[in-house]
Every structure is written in C-alpha cells, then in structure tokens.
Design a protein around this ligand. Structure first.
Ligand SMILES: NC(=O)c1ccc[n+]([C@@H]2O[C@H](COP(=O)([O-])OP(=O)(O)OC[C@H]3O[C@@H](n4cnc5c(N)ncnc54)[C@H](O)[C@@H]3O)[C@@H](O)[C@H]2O)c1
Length: 249
C-alpha cells in the first residue's frame, strides 16, 4: 500500500527502536523521510538500510533539545521537497530512576529538554509550513508513564504527561484546519531505552501490562502510520492508548 506516496515526513529519534520502526513503516508505504537523531553512526546506518529498499531519505544529525535542530530539519525537507506533511515527535530519553528527593534539578532539566522542549521546537517550526498547505499529521510519542505516573520516574512521567497536554492544546489550536495532532501512550516495548532503567523498574512496568507481554515495535508503527494517514480524519488532540490493557482510559 502506498498511502504516503508524495508525502514528506520528519521523524525524530529515528536511528533505532520505535523511531526506526516508524521510519521503516512510513517509507514502506511510500513516504519520503527526514530522519533526525543525535547518534551519528546509527542514523547513517539506519537511513542507508531504508534508502536501499524504499524511498528517498535525508538525514539530520542533531539534538532535538537544541532549537536549531528543528530549524535544520525543516530546511532539509523544504529545500528538497517543498513541503512537510507528517511530523513524528519520537525522540525521548528515560532518565535516571530515583525518588524525587534523590534526583537533582539538572536531571529534570536534561529529560525536559529532550522529551518536551524538543517536541515544542519541532511543532513550532513545522506547523507554519503545514498551515501554508493546510495539511498535516502530527503524532507525538508520549507514554503510559505520562498517564499513570510511574514512581521513581518523575522527570520521565511528568514530561510525557506534558506531551499529552501539548498535544491536546495544539489539537484545539489547529482544529478546523487540515492539520490533525494526536499522541500515543505505549507501555513497555523492548528497545534500548530500557537500558537506562534499573531491572526492578522495568519489571515494575512489565508486571502492570494485563495482556502479559511487552509491545512490539511493529504494533506501535502500525498505529502511528494510521494516525499519520488520511484515514485518520476525525481525531485530533487525542490520546491513543497502546499499553496492552494497562490503561483503559
Ligand atoms: N520503549 C518503551 O518501552 C517506550 C514506552 C513508551 C514510550 N516510549 C517512547 O518512545 C520513544 C522512542 O523510544 P525507544 O524506546 O525507541 O528509545 P530508544 O532509546 O531505543 O531510541 C531513542 C532514539 O532517540 C534518539 N534520541 C534520544 N534523545 C535525542 C535527542 N535529544 N536528540 C535526537 N535524538 C535523540 C536516540 O539516539 C535513539 O536513536 C521515546 O519518546 C520513548 O519515551 C518508549
């Protein structure tokens, strides 16, 4: 199915894990991509694997917490294709596990800069170009932690809750235009982000998934692909659960 033929997508944090899975899925369905990641080696490798098999891929090595990264990503897309149809704000970090009284403010700032400030910057830079064409699909990758509030994960849980709030706000700001903005809240998926957490913390999160397994990257990518497509037409500012039953709201 080439439902993204002629469409241009920016995917942040796309060198590995969920972002790479989303990139592969969008490219397979016909999208041209700007893949953004701070890991220079891995993004080159991942982009070349996608480019060999499918569509044209531009890469941007950059840190989403720096505002110029969003500007540079936009420039890449506009200079090459003249449009941006899809924005996937996926780059995120887990942060250090600890109770709030054990963590310092610098850790909070570090997680905030990637998980929330990065999403703000990319939306801020991309949306004017979507408004010009009166078309866009924005999908922000939040987390079940943002709905539930995991203990010993305050920076992560609170910044992911903020991504949900940001999505609800821009959904309303853009309502009535051709731009839809939604977010998803996955439970545990086996990726490298789990290496940032203690084994006990990962067990805590896995134990709370009623279906008794972790999510697959392809399952996340399938939901994101639908939200990024024209088939998604009556949802905006919404939170899509993909947590194996952990959240029923
Ligand atoms: N894996 C899970 O269990 C899970 C669950 C819920 C939500 N999420 C969210 O999904 C998203 C992807 O997570 P993942 O599990 O694939 O993680 P991952 O660690 O496997 O991959 C994250 C990618 O983002 C990149 N990245 C991180 N910070 C960046 C920055 N400041 N600038 C540019 N690139 C940056 C990394 O280099 C890496 O390639 C994150 O937002 C994460 O919070 C993951």
């Amino acid at each position: 199915m080439n439902r993204f033929e002629g469409k241009v997508a920016i995917v942040t944090g796309s060198a590995t894990g969920i972002g790479y899975g989303i990139s592969k899925r969008l490219a397979k369905d016909g999208a041209n991509l700007v893949m953004v990641d701070m890991d220079a080696n891995m993004i080159e490798q991942s982009a070349s694997e996608i480019a060999v098999r499918t569509k044209e891929v531009e890469i941007l090595i950059g840190d989403v917490s720096e505002t110029q990264t969003a500007q540079e990503a936009v420039n890449k897309a506009i200079n090459k294709w003249g449009q941006i149809d899809i924005l996937i704000n996926n780059a995120g970090i887990g942060g250090i596990n600890g109770n709030i009284w054990e963590l310092d403010v610098a850790e909070m700032d570090r997680v905030y800069r990637t998980n929330l400030r990065g999403v703000f910057s990319f939306c801020h830079e991309v949306i004017p170009h979507m408004l010009e064409k009166d078309y866009g699909r924005i999908v922000n990758i939040a987390s079940i932690a943002g709905k539930e509030g995991n203990p010993r994960m305050v920076p992560y849980s609170s910044t992911k809750a903020a991504v949900i709030g940001l999505t609800k706000s821009i959904g309303k700001e853009l309502a009535g235009t051709g731009i839809l903005a939604n977010c998803i809240t996955p439970a545990v998926v086996q990726t490298r982000i789990l290496e940032q957490f203690t084994p006990e913390q990962v067990q805590y999160m896995v134990d709370r998934i009623p279906v008794g397994r972790t999510g697959e990257i392809a399952e996340i990518a399938a939901l994101v692909a639908w939200l990024a497509s024209d088939e998604c037409s009556f949802s905006t500012g919404a939170v899509f659960d993909i947590s194996g039953g952990r959240a029923t709201y």
